[in-house]
Design a protein around this ligand. Structure first.
Ligand SMILES: Cc1cc2nc3c(=O)[nH]c(=O)nc-3n(C[C@H](O)[C@H](O)[C@H](O)COP(=O)(O)OP(=O)(O)OC[C@H]3O[C@@H](n4cnc5c(N)ncnc54)[C@H](O)[C@@H]3O)c2cc1C
Length: 321
């Protein structure tokens, strides 16, 4: 079966674009983890569809990555096909809407809107990753959710059927969209915009970048926030503390704590960082230790914000059916 899928991928994409046992670390901001059995980088919605249909026809598991900025890839790598959704276009649909392909970076989208004097996504400047990844996890920044701007999402199902899903059917929540449940893949998303002054937009984008530089350890490899923020409605957050995972990790005395080459950032306690030599196992052990100490000290169970790939086929299949 693996020979068949290999030939089908090569026939569709050409030898040069199908990588066997391909290291994934270079495609993630964490810069760690093992190889994918197959890696194909897609550039268009039609290519995403072709690759999905091949995986489906050969009953080979597949998962999608965008900018790899929210991923922890297992040291053993990922079985089956990894589709790296990369690049694409942004286009104006009408006065108040634009459509961006899934592989467009959020920074690319911000640049496009600023240069076209369109208000909407400028505060998201500096958010790593792609439109597809931002929709999957409903990216958040300073209390805003990307879903506030989404009009609809064009998706493709695991067996290759495309559908346009209006925002109110995307089941957007904190760090959540229906894609977690359905395994659908984003092809593009439409965003609401209004006209504005490019100088003001540029200033907002600059302020977001400066805020990130001040508060995040951007010079080191990381995957952004490790844990979701706790929910005041269901988690017993101590009354004198904000509903912030970083604050809990910090208060538990874990800043700077290490496991092998992986460390809890001293700048932002919800980031785990390393200099390029940590393993996924070390990061995972450190995550477990942070979770345990926060649970023991505060009774709050921190939930993962990062997405794990290849750790356990069970959860992998669950989130990428
Ligand atoms: C320094 C730093 C700062 C960060 N700051 C923020 C922040 O302010 N706010 C925030 O929310 N996040 C932040 N993050 C996390 C990350 O940038 C976001 O989660 C981002 O939206 C992930 O997008 P991605 O393309 O990199 O997705 P990936 O990491 O490649 O994938 C993440 C998940 O999205 C899925 N996915 C990706 N593309 C698609 C697609 N086309 N269709 C369906 N599913 C898809 C993947 O299967 C996976 O489950 C930060 C990360 C770093 C490293």
């Amino acid at each position: 079966m693996s020979g068949d899928v290999d030939s089908a991928l090569r026939a569709a994409f050409g030898d040069a674009r199908v990588s066997r046992n391909a290291p994934l670390a270079p495609y993630t901001t964490f810069r760690l983890g093992g190889p994918a059995d197959w890696l194909v980088t897609t550039r268009t919605a039609a290519e995403i569809r072709d690759a999905i249909l091949i995986a489906h026809a050969h009953a080979v598991p597949f998962c999608v990555i965008g900018g790899g900025s929210n991923l922890l890839v297992a040291d053993e790598g990922v079985r089956g096909l990894v589709l790296r959704v990369h690049g694409g276009d942004v286009r104006r649909l009408d006065d108040s809407t634009l459509r961006a392909d899934a592989g467009v970076t959020i920074n690319g989208l911000v640049r496009w809107t600023v240069s076209h004097a369109l208000v909407g996504v400028e505060a998201w400047a500096g958010t790593p990753g792609t439109v597809g990844g931002a929709v999957y996890g409903n990216a958040h920044f300073q209390g805003r959710l990307i879903s506030d701007l989404v009009v609809d999402v064009l998706v493709i199902s695991r067996d290759g059927v495309t559908a346009s899903i209006p925002s109110d059917q995307m089941e957007f929540g904190y760090d959540y969209s229906r894609l977690h449940r359905t395994g659908e893949v984003v092809l593009s998303a439409a965003f609401r915009v209004t006209r504005g002054d490019p100088d003001v937009l540029r200033e907002t984008a600059r302020a977001s970048l400066a805020f990130r530089k001040r508060t995040q350890p951007l010079e080191k490899a990381s995957a952004g926030c490790i844990f979701q923020n706790p929910d005041p409605a269901r988690d017993p957050i101590p009354p004198d503390m904000p509903a912030s995972a970083g604050a809990l990790v910090d208060r538990a005395g874990l800043k700077g704590r290490g496991e092998g080459a992986a460390h809890v950032s001293t700048r932002h306690a919800n980031f785990i960082v390393h200099d390029g030599s940590a393993t996924a196992a070390q990061v995972s052990t450190l995550i477990d230790r942070c979770r345990r100490e926060v649970r023991e000290q505060f009774g709050v169970e921190l939930r993962d914000e990062i997405v794990r790939l290849g750790f356990d086929e069970g959860s992998h299949v669950h989130s990428h059916r």
